[in-house]
Design a protein around this ligand. Structure first.
Ligand code: GLN
Length: 537
């Protein structure tokens, strides 16, 4: 039977439960355990696919086509293992399952209630991954902050589950904040005491406290937290603010979070974890020999989390190239005024981000024309490829007002149009073309060389595609469909002939980039940007 570790959060949101969960998982994996992580989100949306990125950051897509929380991206980037539909559960999905069962008559004669029906479903979901693989350990991150009304059923389910399977099979790690009052020059433990008290009210005693702090915890502070929160002193773990999220596993190793976890779960600690590849990556990340400036042109720029996986893929590919990647966020709308294109002058590469809707499109088109004509490396992802096709159709093929069906249903030249089966879909939740699909690359293309293969599989999330009616003309004029889905014939990847680096993809390569496997297209884009920069000087 798999053992369970639950991670809860207290005091405030955004403390980084996902990173702590992923870091612990990494250490346990590096000790030879088979481990997975799942996220329980207390909101009512069935999945985050219907959320604006401003609400909850990027929507992460798994191999099996689930639209999930961005923390799953961290899990994959750290563990280098894919997650699935089963790794993300929301309150909406829990209720949907229970209500569907009620309608089918599964509870006939009974009043359906939060306890036991909702909590039973939470417990069932918590253990679902036990059936799929022989995991030694399943880490479950409970979203939200202890004390929120909506977290209560999850904590109750956790309490019941611990009682059912025993405390050597289920461990609770509580992530909390130790604020520093600069006027008093003191770290304060009271918010943590309150947060643990809140947790205790639900009947859950945390076993380990991971304390986010800007300053090292003194022995005295550790003693105090231990005493007031009823946690062993060695289980008060310091989580100092780190330079990068990738430092956290090593910080947790230093604090022995993995060893304490294993001991409490009565598992063999064994040898030191094998962290050499991780350390090699960190070494390269921290000692770059070059740098490049990459423009990230999108429309959710105010929120870094909206393009989380893209930012992380740059970190991985940068480290691989021993190159610091300075990502310059540029609001697509600001480029609608062509005078603003001077913002692109000092860039060594431009990435046009994925997105939905009309806002910012014209600015993206201006940017693409600029980088196409000035031989600046270009990488377009999903909507980024679609924009490249629109720009090329308008300015090279001279198709006046060419556009995407997403922007204008009645336009004459819809060079990007609905994927056939998408045109009739009315429901918005979970209905896009989602998940992994195969793609065949042309031999000798930039991209096939980058991948080192002509057969690839990448993840998707879109409703529109390149209109095949125009593809021959594009090809003739130099925009080559280099990657095609072998079953549906959809264009998945295009490259511009004669340009040093101009690649647009219909899929989302950023979702598959990990510390141990940086994505080949990000690697090749960064190395093209480096070359461009060197040629400039
Ligand atoms: N809006 C476009 C589509 O649905 C692109 C989606 C995306 O960039 N993920 O096809």
């Amino acid at each position: 039977m798999a053992k369970h570790i639950f991670v809860t959060g207290g005091v405030t949101s955004s403390l980084g439960k996902g990173i702590i969960a992923a870091s612990l998982a990494k250490l346990l994996q590096a000790r030879g355990f088979s481990v997975t992580i799942q996220k329980f989100d207390p909101y009512i949306n069935v999945d985050p696919g219907t959320l604006n990125p401003y609400e909850h950051g990027e929507c992460y897509v798994t191999e099996d086509g689930a639209e999930t929380d961005l923390d799953l991206g961290h899990y994959e980037r750290f563990l280098n293992k894919p997650t699935s539909q089963a790794n993300n559960v929301t309150t909406g999905r829990i209720y949907q399952t229970v209500i569907n069962k009620e309608r089918q008559g599964d509870y006939l004669g009974k009043t359906v209630q939060v306890i036991p029906h909702i909590t039973d479903e939470i417990k069932r979901r918590a253990r679902l991954l036990e059936e799929t693989n022989n995991y030694d350990l399943i880490i479950t991150e409970i979203g939200g902050t202890v004390g929120d009304i909506e977290s209560l059923p999850y904590l109750e389910a956790l309490r019941q589950l611990r009682q059912e399977i025993g405390s050597t099979n289920l461990l609770c790690i509580h992530l909390t904040l130790i604020p520093y009052l600069s006027a008093a020059k003191e770290l304060k433990t009271k918010p943590t005491q309150h947060s643990v008290k809140e947790l205790l009210q639900t009947g859950v005693q945390p076993d380990i406290l991971v304390c986010r702090t800007e300053h090292p915890l003194t022995d005295e502070i550790r003693t105090k937290i231990s005493r007031f929160c009823n946690v062993n002193k060695n289980s008060v773990i310091e989580a100092l603010d780190a330079e990068t999220i990738y430092d956290v596993p090593l910080l947790m190793l230093k604090e022995k979070l993995d060893v304490i976890t294993l001991r409490k779960l009565k598992l063999k600690v064994g040898d030191e974890p094998e962290m050499i590849p991780w350390k090699t990556f960190l070494g390269k990340l921290k000692n770059p020999t070059n740098e490049v400036n990459i423009g990230l042109i999108g429309k959710y720029n105010e929120l870094q989390d909206a393009y989380k996986s893209i930012h992380e893929a740059f970190v991985h590919a940068g480290a691989h190239n021993e190159c610091k990647v300075n990502v310059v966020s540029i609001h697509a709308q600001s480029l609608e005024d062509s005078h603003q294109l001077s913002k692109l002058e000092n860039l060594d590469g431009v990435l046009i981000a994925p997105g939905f809707g009309e806002r910012g499109i014209e600015g993206k088109l201006n940017a693409i024309q600029y980088v196409r004509e000035n031989n600046i490396p270009f990488f377009g992802i999903c909507l980024g490829l679609q924009c490249a096709v629109i720009e090329f159709s308008r300015n090279v093929l001279q198709l006046k007002n060419a556009t995407s069906e997403e922007i204008s249903e009645r336009a004459k030249h819809k060079v990007v149009h609905f994927i056939p089966e998408q045109a009739t879909i009315k429901k918005k939740g979970g209905t896009m073309r989602l998940g992994a699909f195969n793609c065949k690359l042309k031999k000798n293309s930039h991209s096939a060389k980058a991948y080192g293969s002509t057969d690839i599989s990448e993840r998707h999330r879109h409703r529109y595609e390149i209109n095949n009616v125009y593809v021959d003309d594009m090809k003739e004029a130099g925009l080559i469909p280099v990657g095609i889905n072998p079953e549906t014939k959809l264009v998945e990847l295009m490259e511009l002939k004669g340009h040093p680096y101009f690649v647009g993809v219909q899929f989302h390569p950023e979702l598959k980039s990990t510390v141990e496997n940086p994505h080949p297209l990000f690697i090749s884009f960064i190395s093209a940007a480096l070359k461009y920069r060197q040629n400039q000087s």
